[in-house]
Design a protein around this ligand. Sequence first.
Ligand SMILES: Cc1cc2nc3c(=O)[nH]c(=O)nc-3n(C[C@H](O)[C@H](O)[C@H](O)COP(=O)(O)OP(=O)(O)OC[C@H]3O[C@@H](n4cnc5c(N)ncnc54)[C@H](O)[C@@H]3O)c2cc1C
Length: 406
Amino acid sequence: MNDGHDVLVIGAGPAGATAAGLLAQAGHSVLVLEKDEFPRFHIGESLLPAGLPVLERLGVDPAKDTFVYKAGAEFVCEESGRRGVFVFRESLPGCARHAWHVDRARFDKALRDRAVALGAEIRHGATVVDAGANGDSVFVKTREATFRGRYLIDASGQSRLLGRRAGTLKPYDRFGHCSVFTHYEGLGDAAVEEIGPTTNNIRIMLRPEGWGWIIPLPDRALSVGIVGRTKMTPEDLERGLLESPMVKRLTAGSRRLATHVVGNFSYRNTVPSGARFTSIGDAACFLDPVFSSGVTLALRGAEAVADKLSAALGNGAEADPALLHDHDAGMDRAYRTFAALIERFYHTNFAETMFLGPVDDQPLRRGVMSVLAGDVWREGNPFQEMLLAAKRKERAADAGRSGHAN
Ligand SMILES: Cc1cc2nc3c(=O)[nH]c(=O)nc-3n(C[C@H](O)[C@H](O)[C@H](O)COP(=O)(O)OP(=O)(O)OC[C@H]3O[C@@H](n4cnc5c(N)ncnc54)[C@H](O)[C@@H]3O)c2cc1C
């Protein structure tokens, strides 16, 4: 038995490392248990402007070997030849005007290293097999040891340990569930020029099986993948996206790396927090990644939890089951906003009219851009309010249906 930490955190990804670093910086003792050694591969390479203040606060340096400047997003339909470019500087005021694409192995290690520098203890090779809250303490079990503390944060990503244990996960049935992707190294000059070395927009391709991405990475690398609503295989990538003329052109002469399949996603933990515990990042919610929201929501959610929990640990209020109710409501607003947009992306002609069509309505464009920037906690974005109002109506209509996270 190992006692004595204020906070036990499961997982050292962006959510866990951020929460651990900020809590340690505030003077609390934090132990993070992480199953993998870092650096380790992870998908999820395109960030949004709304996450940048968290990186600045942590003191993570946007180093050239890890970060690529991202001006915005380009939506492309190769079949029709239509495309639309949305840049973050078009968004409503109050949010950063750009974002980054990152090599996740290096990015996650940089966040982990900052958490350690700020005072968190991180143990790698420590796979958590059970965890929970027991009255006046919390516990985390690995195969080798049991740890006790005052508060438990589940940042285990798609392992979503607490949600699975409690049976509180609900799927988003109508979103993408599976992805298959690969990387290329050594892009040629023509590809770098076509991508636009000063803009590096993510390209989101509207495709029959779902959607595809093209993300420029440091050192002339490219991430290419597709997300679909059914099970996907490497053959789907070969016969689908990699046959695209644009992908062929951009990757000509470069080296292809391994193919990965990641599935079983789009879900939400309907009870993310309670007495002495919370879930953050993908352990709380995983939305279809079409709008690159995952890391940003993980960073922002972790930061907000760290601030609230830090104050509560200071005055002994961390056992209050309602401690994070306001925070959960704030995250709920963010999840519902993106969920409403994703719903429209898959099930209406919104993507064709909004992302591929000429949109001359400047206030609307700015509102859309603010949501795409992840600036979803602000007031006064009529587009976001419209999305949320429509969502409330759909929820009311769906009230009879159960087992649905939307
Ligand atoms: C195909 C795809 C594309 C994506 N694209 C984007 C994108 O472009 N932009 C974006 O922002 N997001 C994207 N995402 C989402 C993004 O990857 C996640 O939202 C993000 O990684 C969440 O961070 P996290 O810290 O919550 O989880 P993770 O980054 O997954 O970290 C969780 C950590 O917990 C550890 N862990 C798990 N189980 C245990 C255990 N039992 N014991 C100990 N440790 C454990 C893991 O090893 C891991 O290090 C994408 C996801 C997918 C699947």
